[in-house]
Design a protein around this ligand. Structure first.
Ligand code: AQP
Length: 335
């Protein structure tokens, strides 16, 4: 990646907490690749965020490599973008400490993800889970990113990052760029197939609730056929039809068809036909990702070469930011 051109800068990350879901894919990762020509892009596998909930170390290592291979399989070109593993660049954690001193306890307490995750992991409400959004702010601000492609669930954290940046700028003088969210029009919030009131999540305990992007075709179709819908038999997007609305959104996201065209296509047909069609369209859409992933994960040396180079670039960019931040806040120069 060039470090000194006029292109705007994009940062985004994803946690290696399991195989990516169709939600992660439609809401975030599939939008990353097409941005690479127009922007300077930095993409990270955020393993430090993952440990805010308990992880099995061997599984985390495996999931991290898988996640790295998956972002490449989804179209990230490590020659065009900086793609790295978060813990390989210690500057994120260092900046996070500085930013935590410009973050209020009250604003962190209002984060809905913290409330949801602390309810889900009541036996381990650790300080990292609470300060997670500060590390996310550091991830973004360390690069002075202009844009952050995310799903709708991360909007609140992005707003907090902007507030932290604004507060720092007020205290120490204009320095951080206020990042803008980049949320897709279709599929910003893909819902669980078993409970359409809940978002689809990697860590859902019910395997039928989410489609994983490495699921095979039969599994994908089976999961869609079991999706919870309603007792009507009309494929149309309307309030009160959360299950069907979700399936229509997914179908639209992978086929490019409008909601009206989908309603027309399935007029007079039952939900069974519609669910099978959605399953087939999703499986066909994901097929090239699965094929590319199999190739990449078999070549660990290549992956290592890519993530090592990515971390070097990421380190270099963020060290400059950190040196300037240290000077601004009054730390004595080490050299
Ligand atoms: N259901 C979703 N629909 C649309 N976008 C989604 N994203 C997550 N779920 C959906 C987007 O995926 C990106 C990476 O998310 P993450 O892994 O960093 O964290 P998350 O949002 O907490 O995702 P999960 O799948 O729910 O992970 P777990 O289960 O580990 O908490 C983000 O841009 C996110 O918006």
């Amino acid at each position: 990646m060039q470090e000194t051109n006029e292109k705007k800068l994009i940062f985004s990350g994803i946690q290696p907490t399991g195989t990516f879901t169709l939600g992660n894919y439609i809401g975030a990762i599939r939008n990353w690749g097409p941005l690479q020509d127009e922007y300077n892009c930095i993409y990270s596998i955020v393993d430090m965020h993952a440990i805010t909930v308990r992880q099995d170390p061997a599984k985390l290592r495996q999931n991290t490599l898988q996640a790295y291979a998956l972002i490449l399989a989804c179209g990230i070109d490590p020659k065009k973008s900086t793609a790295f593993i978060q813990s390989h660049n210690p500057n994120h954690a260092e900046l996070s400490w500085i930013l935590s001193c410009s973050t209020q306890f009250g604003e962190l307490s209002r984060m809905t993800q913290f409330k949801d995750k602390s309810a889900k992991h009541a036996d381990d409400i650790n300080a990292g889970l609470f300060t997670y959004p500060v590390l996310m702010a550091a991830d973004i601000l360390a690069y002075n990113a202009d844009l952050v492609p995310i799903g709708a669930d991360q909007k609140q954290h992005l707003e907090l990052a902007r507030n932290i940046a604004g507060r720092f700028n007020q205290k120490y003088g204009e320095f951080f760029t206020l990042p803008e969210p980049f949320i897709p029009e279709t599929g910003a919030r893909v819902m669980s197939l078993q409970d359409p009131a809940k978002k689809m999540s990697k860590s859902d305990e019910n395997p039928n609730a989410c489609v994983l992007i490495l699921d095979d075709k039969d599994t994908i179709i089976r999961k869609f056929r079991r999706a919870v819908t309603d007792s009507e038999a009309e494929v149309c997007y309307r309030e009160g039809k959360a299950g069907i609305n979700n399936l229509m959104t997914i179908y639209s996201a992978v086929t490019g068809k409008t909601l009206d065209a989908i309603t027309a296509e399935f007029a007079g047909k039952g939900y069974g036909d519609f669910k099978t069609a959605v399953g087939e369209a999703v499986a066909d859409h994901l097929e090239p990702v699965r094929t590319e992933y199999e190739k990449l994960i078999a070549d660990k040396a290549y992956l290592k070469e890519c993530y090592t180079a990515g971390a070097e670039t990421a380190f270099r960019i963020t060290r400059k930011t950190l040196s300037k931040v240290y000077r601004k806040i009054g730390f004595v120069d080490a050299r």
